[in-house]
Design a protein around this ligand. Structure first.
Ligand code: 4AD
Length: 456
């Protein structure tokens, strides 16, 4: 069907011309001689007013129902009332009827309710704006890395090695359990891959393979976590941006992470001004000011040990009091970034026991060259590190965790054949979209959220 998107159709240069537009009916008003339909098609917030002269033709009543889809041919003219343009209909064709039980009605519906109809919630202004921002941000991710000399790598989604080593992988199997198996190995040996396989929690290990040959690479794809975290920031399936850089140390990783985040924020501000105005008005007051400030000021850097010193003074007010060695909970992360620093902060050099096996061990013997970027309103948005490049130290970390070395033979080879200092990080794409839109629940920035007991 040859037609123009409403955004394009409403360009001043189309005034006086005949255009064809398709969309869904948002409102309908009727008077003695004319009928007014407001159409939207998702291309922008703008709606197109269609004017039907009833003396020429009476509109099909089905075309006037909220949610019906129609195609209109008409002439774009100056609006009779107010500014802008409207379409004087010459032909109005019904594409799809919409019965009265259409759940997206004119009055504002709650996000909780809309979560129960993920297939229809995109017809609302809020979700259309979220997904326009998400699309712009995804394009900006590729642009950033392309402009900075990174290669785009697609890491496998099915894997036999658990990157984060925290036992939170979904299993991939074609083999039902049978009492005839005496051991797990016996069972897995008859499975599709002949070993235990799962959905990847991160493309990092394969990213390291690529970076130690191509120099600078990134992956941008789904990661899967079977963790039982039913929170507003966790999904079982999320999109993960993971750059990996050869000949890089922790300060380089931090610099790149800050630069990427600011680039993405600026891209959204430039390309989605209307959406950000909408979110600022209806979702997070002060959002634009927050983003403008973040895009132009330096992020803070704070070693974990110092952060614990700050947090310990507040222990009485925390649900989970902290001490050196404890993992930071969301309440601690938010306190640091919102109350102490008032801006994004990289916490660095965490105790080795609470971080992953692959992180570079610092000279103090207690900490690793890791960093998490914490941002106000969300907490952790990025996790990264310099990687352990020394074979013996890496083996030591794996052995102390009881890991199966055989499953990581290729990864270990990278430390045998021309090992180099290298590092990278992971940015949760949905958490980024939450940050730039102000949406408070990660389920509202992904098309079909997958979380514990939820696969609608
Ligand atoms: O801190 P994480 O677990 O780090 C890694 O996976 C590393 N392999 C990354 C790397 O160094 N290449 O995850 C990185 C980011 C988190 O900061 C968070 O933004 C996001 O991924 N993330 C999740 N987002 C939504 N739902 C979940 N369950 C998430 N788990 C992590």
């Amino acid at each position: 069907m040859k037609h123009l998107g409403i955004d394009r159709a409403l360009c001043a240069e189309n005034e006086g011309k005949e255009v064809v537009v398709c969309g869904w009916v948002r409102t309908f008003r009727d008077s003695a001689n004319v009928a007014f339909l407001e159409l939207s098609d998702g291309t922008s917030f703008r709606k197109l007013q269609v004017v039907v002269d009833k003396s020429e033709r009476k509109p099909d009543p089905e075309c006037t129902k909220l949610g019906a889809s129609v195609c209109v041919k008409g002439v774009l003219v100056k609006a009779y009332k107010g500014e802008g343009n409207e379409l004087n209909a010459r032909e109005l064709v019904l594409l799809g009827k919409c019965p009265g039980e259409y759940p997206i009605q004119k009055k504002r519906t709650t996000l909780d309710f809309l979560r129960t109809i993920p297939h229809l919630r995109l017809r609302t202004n809020t979700f259309q704006a979220v997904f326009r921002v998400r699309s712009v941000a995804a394009q900006a991710v590729h642009r950033y890395f392309h402009e900075h000399g990174y290669y785009y790598i697609n890491a496998p989604l099915i894997t036999a090695s658990d990157c984060e080593g925290a036992g939170e992988m979904f299993r991939v199997t074609t083999q039902p359990w049978n009492a005839k198996y005496k051991t797990e190995e016996e069972y897995y040996s008859e499975d599709f891959f002949g070993v235990k396989a799962g959905l990847s929690v991160s493309g990092q290990l394969e990213g390291e393979v690529a970076a130690t040959a191509l120099g600078k690479i990134y992956t941008f794809g789904p990661s899967f976590r079977a963790e039982n975290s039913n929170t507003t920031r966790h999904l079982a399936e999320f999109w993960h941006i993971e750059p990996e850089i050869a000949f890089a140390e922790l300060p380089d990783v931090i610099e790149i992470a800050e630069d990427l985040l600011k680039y993405l924020i600026r891209a959204v501000m430039e390309e989605c001004p209307e959406e950000l105005k909408f979110f600022d008005a209806f979702v997070e007051k002060g959002l634009i000011e927050k983003l403008t400030h973040v895009a132009s000021s330096d992020f803070a850097v704070c070693p974990y040990t110092e952060a614990i010193g700050i947090l310990e003074k507040e222990n009485a007010n925390f649900r989970f009091p902290v001490h050196w060695g404890s993992d930071l909970q969301s309440e601690h992360e938010k306190y640091l970034t919102e109350k102490v620093f008032g801006r994004p902060v990289f916490v660095t050099d965490y105790p080795k026991e609470i971080k992953s096996f692959y992180m570079k061990q610092n000279a103090d013997g207690k900490t690793v060259a890791a960093t998490d970027l914490l941002v106000p309103g969300i907490g952790e948005i990025i996790g990264g590190s310099e990687r352990e490049a020394d074979l013996e130290k890496l083996l030591g970390a794996m052995r102390s965790r009881g890991m199966n070395e055989a499953a990581y033979r290729q990864y270990l080879d990278l430390r045998v054949f021309g090992s180099v200092p290298h590092g990278g990080f992971g940015l949760g794409f949905e958490r980024f979209v939450m940050y730039v839109t102000g949406m408070e629940n990660i389920r509202d920035v992904t098309l079909f959220p997958r979380s514990v007991k939820n696969i609608m």
